[in-house]
Each structure stands twice: as C-alpha cells, then as structure tokens.
Ligand binder design. Sequence first.
Ligand code: 4AD
Ligand code: MG
Length: 466
Amino acid sequence: MAYESIRGLLARESAGGRATVQGWLRTVRHAKELSFLEVSDGSCLSGIQVVANPETRGFEDVVRHLTTGSAIAVEGALVDSPGKSQEKGQRFEVHAAEVELVGAAGSDYPLQKKRHSFEFLRTIAHLRPRTNTLGAVLRIRNAASMAIHEFFQHEGFFYLHSPIVTASDAEGAGEMFRVTTLPLDALPKTEDGRIDEAADFFGRPAFLTVSGQLEAEIGALALSRVYTFGPTFRAENSNTARHLAEFWMVEPEVAFCDLDGLAELAERFLKFVFAKVLDRCPEDMAFFAERIEPKAIERMRTVIEQPFLRLPYREAIAILERSGETFEFPVGFGRDLQSEHERWLTEKHVGRPVVVTDWPASIKAFYMYRNDDRETVAAMDVLVGGVGELIGGSQREHRLDRLEATIRGQGLDPAAYWWYLDLRRYGSVPHAGFGLGFERLVQFITGMANIRDVIPFPRTPGQAEF
Ligand code: 4AD
Ligand code: MG
C-alpha cells in the first residue's frame, strides 16, 4: 500500500477520498465505542487524529490494546474534523477502515503525554526526535541547511569539501582532538624514548579539524568563491549553553575581497536564510514563538529588515565602559568580548545585529590581515540577540612576510604551514572569509536556550552516548 505523509494529507484541498497514514502514536484515548488515536510521522509538527469504531478492521484485537509510542498503519477516509477540533486548527481526521500494528511500544515508553524537561530528553536522545520540540528543531535544521546552499549557489559559490582529518591547527589555539591508530596501552617508542609518531596511521600526528578555513582558502585562490559546510571539532572544556565539542560550520571564502565586502556578504547571507526559513517553516516557527521564545519570529524579521550596525572594536569597548552596567567579566582594550558584553551591545544598546570590526591582533588568530595601525586586524564578529557571536571572520593576511612573522610571533612552526605560506608565494590576492556556527544559527531561529537541544546528537565534555 502506498502511504501518504501527514504533511501531504493536511495540505489537501478538501476532505473526501481515501487516506493512508503510518506513524507513531502520540496519544491513545478509548471511549465506549470509539478509539481516538493521534498519529505523528514527523513530516510536519501536526499529527492527525484517527478515529476507530467497532466497524474498523482490527478494532478489538489491535486498536483496543494500542499504547503510546507504538507504530501503526491506518487506512480509511479523510473527513472534516468536527467543529471543536477545527477550532484547534485540525482541519481533517481519518475514519479508519483498518488499523494495523507495525511495532508495539512497551508500557514503559518514556515519552508520555506531558512536558519533559530538556535535560531529561537529552538522556533519551534516541527517542527525543519524536517530541514536538526536537522534531521542529530537526525540520528547521533541514530548511536552514538547504537555504544556506541555495544562497551560495545563487551567488556563484562552489561547495568545497574540506577534510575532517587534518595535520594543521587552523585556529592555532591547540584545541584539537587527536586521531590515532597507535595502541594507547603500548605506544611505540623511538630510540630516545619518545612516541614514534612515524608509526601512526598517517605517519605523523593527525587531528579532527577545528575549521575548514585553510583548505577553503586553497579553493578560493583557484575557484574565486567557495564555501564549506561540515562538522568541526573543538576539544575546549567549556560547558556553556553555546559551545559544543562537535558542531557544524559554514565557511565561505572569497578571493579579491576585503573586510567590507565580507561584512556585506554576511549580512545578505543571514537575511536570505532567515527569510527562507520563515517562508518555509511557518508551522514550526509559530510553535517556537508560542512555546519557546515569544520574540523568535519578530527578531528574525528585525534582522531581515534592519541594516546591521558596523562598530569598530575600539568603539565597542568605549561604549561598554561608559554603559554603567556591571558585567561579570572585565572590559578593556585587548580583552575578548564575553557573551554578556556581546548580548548587551546587540540587544540593549543597538537593538539589531552588530558587526564588530578591527580587533586587537593580540587576541585573534595568526591568519588575519594586519591593519596599517599595526595593532589591529581586519577581523569581524557578527553579534545577534540571544546568542551573541554568530559569525567570526576576517580578511586574510595575503602578504608572505607579514604572515610568516605572525606565525612565528604566535609560537607556531612555519614549516607546519608550508602550503598555506605557498599560497602567498604564487599569485596571492586579498581574500576574506567567515565561519558561521550552524547550531548557533538554529538557536537564534528557534530561541532554544541550550545548544545541546538544537543538534540531534550533542557532544560535550563527558557526553557521547548516542
Ligand atoms: O570564530 P571561530 O572560531 O572562527 C573560525 O573558526 C574561523 N576559521 C572561521 C572562518 O573565518 N572561516 O568560529 C566561527 C563560528 C563562531 O562565530 C561560532 O558561531 C561558532 O563558529 N563556534 C562554535 N559553535 C558551537 N560550539 C563551539 N565550540 C564553537 N566555536 C565556534
Ligand atoms: Mg570567534
């Protein structure tokens, strides 16, 4: 039998005709001669109500024994919902001719019809996609991903597949996970007693990538405009609501582009993605606005409609110093902005997205373009409400001598970056790129407070169960 998605069924013009549904039971209610089954298949937020009566095949032996969480297949007629259900937004229901049990769920099924805490749901990550919230998050992730590809394809970018295993530290911050096949309990040693790295799988130390940027630069210096969209890994021990050890990053890289052009690209990009998500996920967005963050839709509209404010870091610091606010972390030139500062600037002070530019070189990565003042680099962070830093990027240092000096100055080994330096030897051009944290984007869209609840399988210190 060919089954239709519930999304498809609910999108029908009118009732009448045959309906086939397969999905999981959200709730089961038995009355004297009738059973009401709410079935959901994840194709959209709504489930559909199935009504069974003694005429229904399987009524006595299947329907009357059904439990929440069980998987069923239904065949019947699509009819208009009675007035009361219509008011709750349910246009149609299915009057079942036959109900079949596909997979029973034990009576200990953990998702009963009540609100569970997000903390609890993380302990059952294998079942939580069946909840309204996680289901909506996963559909939003899908829509946002497609919008991201659409934007870059429209703008003439090529999707570049950057590697996941790498030998170079793209951020120079030493927060990398080691990848090895060496036996940890019997490490091969060299004659002088050190670990024999040459005996490892790649013949050298290898790691999970923290960013696809360096390889994206290779792509941009050949194809002019590329972007990556893949998983990145950071072994930083931060247990915050905005950090994961494994997250997805979108990294466009553009040749013949400076910081100004990059900031414009970031603004166009975010506006495009938010407009598409609002357009394509009205039901899920209404859910987030109602249940999670009342301003979820409104603040996306603000991003779409308002121009972003450009604010040099130096001015941002001066504004924060004059703010009269008591922050937990100190503010001053040469200090990184903390999430509280970022949020105060964008939420309280400006009320729309802020692009903080021209950061002190001392707190930024080695690859950033050194400004003429010699003290700052052509870097930018895009700050948005609720999340703080959503995007980090920069114009790249394309001058060989400057780049080499900075690599040395930061205590890194130029030999390890030989090919990156080579790009500055052969046809180097000004270029720029940024990284968008995809989960932070989804946090902004949905209003979900904790980043662990916007990715299907969160990895954080001590957690990698599913
Ligand atoms: O600012 P970051 O560290 O920049 C880079 O990695 C550059 N190589 C990007 C580039 O220029 N191509 O990271 C970029 C973004 C941040 O703005 C943030 O949104 C997100 O990635 N991010 C994280 N998201 C979740 N968990 C973490 N631990 C994150 N670290 C960064
Ligand atoms: Mg950053």
